[in-house]
Write a protein that binds this ligand. Structure first.
Ligand code: PFF
Length: 450
């Protein structure tokens, strides 16, 4: 956001800068940590297939809708709907997104962000020798059961996020993403190469890429839907905010296609780095949230040379990917404090950051055994609520709004007042009015299971 428009509102410096920043928010722990563990939990390739279908037919159209709302309104989510002439009830989308994204999602996101810092440090210390002895699981369990350790790293990650948001996101995000994203890509390619060349890797490849449709359940669809929205940063108003800083001349559909494609590519590559190695080492792919943190150290430990270095580099990049996403989430609550309570940025970051840290502490502690909510670890409960309830709900309401209330306005935005072609316009209208809301409602009702 180094430029500004005629009204003095900040804008992205370039199209590439915007796409990489949107991809920076989208690409994060969701791609490298969460996507593979959901694939493992849901039986492999069948989940990948459903995930891709949902991303193309639901996620991508919703992203275009969010970009359109943001750019038309040139405002953040809580006030955007009013700015484009919607009746006040639609502002609930902005409110819900702000509370669920700016606070709840970030509260558990920063816990895992903290793990990446711990793992970065331990990559150079005792992690790999333990992993080489098959003890990376014990290491992980010992770490998450130590209350001081997890909270310390959670607070550290959050403090770093706050520091960046304090200085403004403009050039920082745009510039960081231009360096970090290509680097992440290169590291993943190296890891994939290593993973695929391990003896026995082909079992993992077929688990990951050959669908067995008998493994599909209602929960698979809900997990895939929640993950698609989480990974694309949808349903919480982030893409409305990012779209609001876009110039009027940009072609929204192609920006959305680029952002979603980069995001999906990185998720698919992360799986390809992880599953062949998991199977080659006879490990269990369905173990849940610990997958990347337990399995990848074992992969690095097996590297003939440079294991420590690659392990450090991987967790460093995971940390960068995580922080570009957490900054986008932190910016939501910060902007809310500034707009709603007229606070200065500094005060907004400090107050909101403190609330988010406190909200995150029970999550940080819960993987060590307590606290729980109705039988689920606090962390899992908050994550489930955000990803399987609030994200789909926010997106569902956005579809209803754009498809049935504001369609002419959205059409204008997506075609730049008819000046730019969008050959898929009719298909998009169909998706946003019928396919996406019907699928979200169906999956939501049938798959919701605590
Ligand atoms: N998309 C991010 C990831 O995949 O890690 C997480 C995220 C960021 C979710 C921003 C939602 C959001 F609004």
């Amino acid at each position: 956001m180094s430029d500004s428009n005629a009204l003095g509102r900040e804008q992205w410096g370039s199209r590439l800068g915007f796409i990489l920043a949107a991809a920076g928010s989208a690409i994060g722990l969701g791609n490298i940590w969460r996507f593979p563990y959901l694939v493992g939990k849901n039986g492999g390739a069948a989940f990948v297939l459903i995930y891709l279908l949902i991303t193309v037919f639901i996620g991508l159209p919703v992203m275009m809708a969010e970009f359109a709302i943001g750019r038309a309104a040139q405002k953040s989510p809580v006030v955007a709907f009013k700015a484009i002439g919607a009746t006040p009830c639609w502002s609930v989308i902005g409110w819900m997104g702000t509370l669920a994204g700016g606070f709840l999602t970030l509260s558990f996101y920063n816990v895992v962000g903290g793990w990446t810092i711990k793992y970065m440090i331990e990559s150079l210390g005792g992690l790999l020798p333990l992993a080489a002895d098959g003890k990376s699981g014990d290491f992980f369990n010992a770490f998450v059961s130590n209350p001081y350790g997890v909270v310390f790293f959670q607070v550290t990650f959050m403090a770093l996020t706050m520091l960046v948001v304090l200085g403004g996101i403009g050039k920082g995000i745009e510039r960081a993403c231009k360096v970090v994203m290509p680097a992440l890509f290169v590291i993943l390619i190296i890891l994939i190469f290593r993973s695929l060349t391990l003896p026995g890797a082909e079992v993992g490849v077929s688990f990951y890429l050959k669908p067995d449709l008998s493994k599909l359940t209602g929960e698979t669809f809900l997990d895939a839907l929640g993950q698609s929205f989480f990974s694309l940063s949808l349903g919480l108003g982030i893409m409305i905010t990012y779209g609001s800083y876009l110039g009027k001349e940009e072609h929204l559909p192609s920006s959305a296609v680029w952002t979603a494609s980069l995001d999906t590519l990185i998720a698919l590559l992360a799986g390809l780095a992880i599953f062949p190695a998991v199977f080659a080492m006879g490990l269990e792919p369905g173990q849940g949230a610990g997958l990347s943190f337990v399995t990848l150290p074992a992969v690095f430990a097996k590297m003939p040379a440079g294991g420590k270095f690659f392990s450090f580099l991987f967790f460093l990049l995971l940390f960068f990917a995580a922080i570009t996403s957490s900054m986008s989430l932190m910016e939501v609550s910060t902007a809310f404090g500034i707009e709603k309570f007229k606070w200065e940025r500094k005060k907004a970051v400090c107050v909101m950051g403190t609330i988010i840290v406190l909200l995150g502490v029970p999550s940080a502690l819960s993987l060590g055994g307590a606290p729980t909510i109705a039988g689920k670890a606090f962390f899992d409960a908050v994550e489930y609520l955000c990803n399987n309830v609030f994200l789909p709900l926010g997106s569902f309401l956005a579809c209803l709004f754009v498809g049935w209330v504001w369609l002419p306005g959205a059409r204008e935005e997506l075609t730049n007042q008819g000046k730019l072609p969008f050959p898929w316009l009719n298909a998009w209208v169909w998706c946003i009015r019928v396919v996406a809301p019907a699928a979200i409602a169906y999956i939501f009702v049938t798959g919701l299971k605590w």
